[in-house]
Design a binder for this molecule. Structure first.
Ligand code: ATP
Length: 314
């Protein structure tokens, strides 16, 4: 048995529309998800005992059974008990490069990397659809994280349709390092405030009457037209997160005063991003917003959009 090192890229949401309520307390979503090059690194090896152990260099990341990487390893052990019995424990080291609780799928991508890595380490040879089926049991964003690139995600986020990858653009990410937004809180608050938007109720799902507006964005992505893509960015969760976190709204406004293709909050936030045509433009935007905000707790990252999901690097 070998050890494996994997890169686990984050994602941004180019589009997030909540189109309905579900009885299972999740929401019906239409999203366009996009991988970024900024990635965690996961090192996997066999453990000394029949145990799953997690190490992480980031103090805010739990190393117990609540870590998504742990839950992914546990799922593999439970699904393939005979193989697990042969191979013994799993030792997982997470080098956290993605900000935590940021709306960038940091935990989800670590979980995805562990599924891919254990499949390789145990010689299971699972296909991408098989890995994605397992991933859907762990969380809504995890199936996307396996293959990455650019995809339309529906259902609670786990049903994926690939569209041509968009990897020619750059992005600036900014996040207050002491601020995290709870994803369940953001959806719950949206539900409390905007429930009346849903009018029909079929098979337990209430849906919006108006048309989902992803079509134009998908066309712009297919044309790789950065200016059109930037104009069509959309996120329903901004309606609840920005009023509750004025400092995030202020950051969003600061981005909007710079020259970029478009700006938006990613997922449930609080990371705000600006799409840019080039690395030079992205560096300029980061510098301008940093100067304008002049806030000691604000971190910036410049990264490229990526066409890949989990990558094996060693
Ligand atoms: P998403 O975009 O999928 O909603 P996120 O980027 O907003 O996720 P995460 O970075 O996944 O948020 O962190 C959310 C919480 O999950 C953290 O506060 C942490 O307690 C927990 N967590 C569990 N596993 C991990 C992990 N491997 N990395 C980071 N956080 C994790």
């Amino acid at each position: 048995m070998q050890s494996y090192s994997l890169l686990a890229p984050g994602k941004i949401n180019l589009y997030l529309e909540i189109i309905g309520d579900r009885r299972d307390s999740f929401h019906e979503l239409v999203m366009i998800l996009q991988s970024i090059e900024l990635a965690d690194r996961i090192d996997l090896k066999a453990g000394d005992t029949q145990k799953i152990t997690i190490h992480c260099n980031h103090p805010q990341v739990p190393t117990d059974e609540t870590n998504l990487a742990y839950r992914a390893a546990k799922l593999m052990c439970d699904t393939f008990p005979d193989v697990y019995a042969n191979y013994g424990g799993v030792d997982i080291a997470i080098e956290k490069n993605l900000p935590v609780a940021a709306g960038l799928a940091g935990g989800s991508t670590d979980g995805a990397a562990v599924l891919v890595g254990i499949s390789l380490m145990w010689g299971l040879g699972l296909t991408q659809p098989e890995l994605q089926e397992l991933a859907a049991k762990l969380g809504s964003d995890i199936p996307f994280c396996i293959g990455g690139g650019t995809a339309i995600a529906t259902g609670r986020g786990e049903k994926l349709d690939s569209i041509p990858d968009l990897d020619n653009l750059w992005v600036v990410l900014a996040k207050y390092n002491n601020l995290g937004v709870s994803t369940p809180w953001a959806y719950r608050t949206y539900r409390q405030n905007y429930n009346g938007n849903y009018i029909s109720d079929t098979a337990g799902i209430k849906t919006k009457s108006d048309r989902v507006r992803t079509g134009s964005l998908v066309k712009a992505i297919m044309r790789k037209n950065g200016a059109e893509i930037g104009n069509l960015l959309y996120n329903d969760l901004e309606k609840v997160v920005l009023p509750a976190y004025p400092q995030v709204e202020e950051l969003r406004t600061a981005f909007a005063t710079t020259e970029n293709l478009g700006t938006m909050m990613s997922g449930s936030g609080p990371t705000v991003f600006a799409l840019c045509a080039s690395e030079t433009q992205a560096q300029t935007v980061a510098k301008q917003v940093r100067n304008k905000m002049n806030h000691p707790d604000l971190d910036f990252w410049v990264t490229k959009l990526s066409s890949g999901g989990i990558q094996v690097i060693g």
